[in-house]
Design a protein around this ligand. Structure first.
Ligand SMILES: Cc1cc2nc3c(=O)[nH]c(=O)nc-3n(C[C@H](O)[C@H](O)[C@H](O)COP(=O)(O)OP(=O)(O)OC[C@H]3O[C@@H](n4cnc5c(N)ncnc54)[C@H](O)[C@@H]3O)c2cc1C
Length: 393
């Protein structure tokens, strides 16, 4: 088994993992990024998520938006091409002390007391001082024994009026994304309902299916099969409108799985009431957008049209009281099902990734547990990196 050593090990080279690695490396840490797939990029690459939801464009998110546009200039304002994002990151990482290890699925976490010593794939061992779980599913945190939430909280637990009366294990539906393009003999075909990437081609939120447990590979494979089985009808539907299906995402899109139990759980009222947190790492904005597990458009249609105000996300959502040197980022940070339906989008996940990278740098530099770093210094690093950290600013 080969041994790779770095200050920081980033587990998952996806939407949050790449900005985390970039922020830490820019600050001066050596970084190893581990990715189970053949390609980096995560959901933006293999689930075809190519639209920036969440505002404002800030920090690494803004850099990415501008750089992707320079690679694919015909793209519409809030969209990007997956390949352009990969090319952008390749430029961002040039000259920085970062190594990438694709086709390495983390299957084991080795702990010494309350610290992670190493994570392992079947063939490699990765040793570091700090670790970031950017797997989307909180897989490393789960392997390290950190408790997590799964499914919907009861409305009473966090006073969330849109949550169900009793807690359950239901999660948001999975969706197979695809693209459609105008047929050559239908230059005027109507593009309504398509998120256009450029003049002729756009994104479609395709078949949406229920998956009882998105951390179970066989259930997820079944969900994907079920969604793919609906594609012939989609092909016909679009042909009748003057389009052809130009590509289908290789993986079904997963909105939700584990959410780690952190020191703080972000809930609906943190967002709606604009709660202020002294350790806030970013100010963001996006609707509450839960894709109902039972197939209804929303838990409550009021949510769909309710625009949320700007809100703060505290660093405590990314750290826990069990493992000293692990920071969690991406869609699996500590939040309720309702709050996660807002923070899961790219425009939130990227500033959260940036925060994880900066925090890990501070933890390594100061030899501190991730939960004990100086939150004010972290906020300063975020600010310097172009991220708004306080509603008061
Ligand atoms: C259908 C759908 C549509 C969406 N539409 C939009 C949209 O239009 N705009 C928007 O902003 N957001 C959208 N989102 C949400 C957003 O794209 C995702 O929530 C976000 O990209 C997740 O980022 P992440 O870094 O947490 O996870 P990911 O980007 O999935 O990254 C996780 C990475 O970790 C890797 N990994 C996992 N386990 C392991 C392991 N054990 N070992 C090694 N590597 C591992 C994965 O392969 C992956 O590369 C959508 C989501 C879905 C499902």
């Amino acid at each position: 088994m080969g041994i790779i050593n770095a200050d920081l090990i980033v587990c998952g080279g996806g939407t949050a993992g790449l900005p985390a690695a970039l922020a830490a490396a820019r600050a001066g840490a050596s970084v190893a990024v581990i990715e189970e797939d053949a390609s980096l990029g995560g959901a933006t690459a293999d689930q075809y998520i190519q639209m920036f939801c969440g505002r404002p464009y800030q920090g690494i998110l803004l850099e990415l938006k501008e750089k992707t546009r320079s690679f694919a200039p015909t793209v519409r304002d809030n969209t990007f091409r997956s390949s352009a994002a990969l090319l952008a990151y390749q430029e961002f990482f040039r000259g920085l002390p970062v190594t990438f290890h694709t086709r390495q699925r983390i299957v084991k976490v080795e702990l010494n007391c309350s610290s992670i010593v190493a994570v392992e794939s079947d063939t490699e061992r990765f040793e570091g001082k700090a670790f970031i779980d950017a797997t989307g599913d909180g897989s490393v945190a789960a392997l390290a024994g950190i408790p997590f939430r799964f499914g919907r909280e009861a409305a009473s637990e966090f006073d969330e009026e849109f949550a169900p009366p009793a807690a359950d294990r239901k999660i948001q539906r999975c969706t197979l994304m695809y693209t459609v393009k105008r047929l050559p003999d239908a230059p005027d075909a109507d593009t309504r309902g398509i998120v256009l990437l450029d003049e002729d081609e756009g994104l479609i939120w395709g078949p949406s299916v229920v998956c009882g447990d998105t951390t179970d590979p066989s259930l997820l494979a079944k969900a994907q099969e079920e969604a793919f089985a609906m594609m012939p009808a989609e092909v016909e539907r679009w042909r009748a409108r003057g389009f052809f299906v130009s590509s289908v995402a290789p993986k079904i899109g997963v909105r939700e799985s584990r959410r780690i139990a952190g020191l703080y759980t972000l809930s609906y009222h943190d967002i709606a009431d604009q709660r202020v947190h002294p350790d806030s790492v970013c100010v963001v904005n996006y609707n509450i957008d839960p894709w109902d597990p039972d197939g209804n458009p929303m838990h409550d249609n009021r949510l769909k049209s309710t625009h949320m105000p700007d809100y703060e996300i505290p660093y405590r959502c990314m750290v826990n009281d069990k493992v000293d040197n692990l920071i969690v980022t991406g869609r699996c940070v500590s939040a309720t099902h309702v709050a996660q339906s807002s923070l899961r989008v790219i425009g939130v996940v990227i500033p959260l990734g940036q925060a994880a990278g900066n925090a890990a740098y501070l933890a390594v530099r100061d030899g501190k547990a991730a939960r004990d770093i100086n939150a004010q210094e972290l906020r300063d690093m975020q600010r310097k990196g172009g991220v708004r950290v306080s509603l008061a600013e």
